[in-house]
Design a binder for this molecule. Structure first.
Ligand code: SF4
Length: 379
């Protein structure tokens, strides 16, 4: 069985205007304290699962901006991981980076650590749009970072691109995608901008200073983007995830397929032995708990019904859809028992839902309405 390990690195240089992830502004001393607490957390967690004989099959370091992490602190943590856990020979090891904080030295260091899948938060190649997002990099930083990854022989890497940006139209997005496809990334995450409450961007949008493309235009952008990527040889394996064959993100597939994972760092989530739990979000609380030798954990009390709904929602976002067999093995209930029969029939007849060799998946048209369909379908 696959087992993923996630580390949440909680620091960024600044706060991007659209972002509501948990992060603190980078501070060298605070970072030291964080890694010290992380070492304690890693030891405590490793003791807890000392009898688990499984290998870790993927490591994913996300954030925040993990490419800010001090090299010696990161490699000390990884030494603890190697000491405490068994790592698969075929480990997928991803780390998120911001293009402006990447250079050849850093990528070489990652390679020595065993990272085999750097991810670059490109978001756009339009300088003006990057500014609206308060990103710190310029398009040339993205080009340089990918050039360096290629020069070092990384055969697997990924990029993130956002669409539906304020003032963006389909032509602008097509130009962004052209530039991105020229870089030939094996993996692409292609997200619609989400306006999160309490962010700087949300304020500007509600004040009318910035205008977002309407939903119809955003759908057209998604369709155009999918077509452009498919024509370039990528396949969509999840609603926002595109890869060349064989370069799908195994770590994320684990989340969507209900595999187990361990999360370390503030706000990280875990799912182990059928139990879900998460770490307290705030760094101060995280540090305090671990200084006292306690795991900063909150147990997820959500019941079976919520977990089944989540599994349906995540499964329908993948191109394979939900495996009926796996669903009933996991929850002890047939999938059909969780679906509204009338809506199921209507959605099959309209072609939005497709029963496919023991799986239930969305059609191409259904993908554009995934959230709405899940809402209607689940009892
Ligand atoms: S760098 Fe990433 S995590 Fe940090 S504020 Fe920007 S979007 Fe959020």
């Amino acid at each position: 069985m696959p087992l993923g390990l996630y580390l949440h690195y909680p620091f960024c240089r600044n706060r991007c205007s659209y972002c509501d992830f948990y992060k603190e502004v980078y501070d060298k001393n605070l970072e030291r304290q964080f890694f010290h607490a992380l070492a304690t957390e890693t030891d405590l967690v490793a003791n807890e699962y000392a009898d688990d004989k499984r290998n870790i099959t993927s490591i994913f370091i996300g954030g925040g901006t993990p490419s800010l992490a001090a090299k010696e602190l990161l490699s000390d943590w990884l030494a603890i991981i190697k000491n405490c856990f068994r790592l698969s020979n075929n480990l997928e090891f991803s780390i998120e980076t911001n293009p402006e904080s990447v250079d050849l030295d850093l990528l070489e260091f990652y390679q020595q650590l065993g990272v085999n899948r750097p991810l670059f938060g490109i978001q756009s190649f339009d300088t003006r749009l990057l500014k609206v997002l308060d990103r710190r990099h310029l398009p040339r930083d993205s080009h340089r970072a990918i050039y360096q990854a290629n020069a070092l022989g990384f055969t697997n890497f990924g990029v993130d691109l956002i669409y539906g940006l304020p003032g963006q139209n389909s032509n602008m997005l097509a130009m962004d995608l052209d530039q991105m496809l020229d870089l030939e990334p094996p993996h692409i995450s292609f997200y619609q901008l989400a306006i999160e409450e309490g962010t700087g961007l949300a304020e500007k949008v509600s004040a009318g200073t910035l205008r977002l493309p309407d939903q119809e235009l955003a759908h057209a952008m998604y369709r155009g983007g999918v077509q452009q990527m498919e024509e370039a040889g990528y396949h969509r394996y999840e609603i926002s995830s595109f890869a060349r064959p064989g370069f799908e993100c195994r770590h994320n597939l684990g989340y969507w397929e209900g595999d187990e994972y361990l999360g370390l760092g503030p706000s990280a989530h875990s799912f182990m032995d059928g139990q879900r739990f998460s770490n307290r979000a705030y760094l101060a609380v995280y540090l305090e708990e671990l200084q006292a030798g306690r795991l900063p954990r909150v147990i997820d009390e959500s019941g079976l019904e919520e977990r089944m709904t989540e599994a349906i929602m995540l499964g329908l976002r993948t191109s394979q859809g939900i495996s009926r067999k796996r669903f009933s093995q996991r929850f002890g209930v047939p999938l059909k028992d969780r679906l509204d029969r009338k809506q199921y029939r209507i959605l099959i007849e309209s072609g939005h839902l497709v029963p496919d060799r023991g799986n239930l998946r969305l059609s191409d048209e259904g993908f554009y309405l995934a959230d709405e369909i899940t809402r209607r379908l689940v009892k």
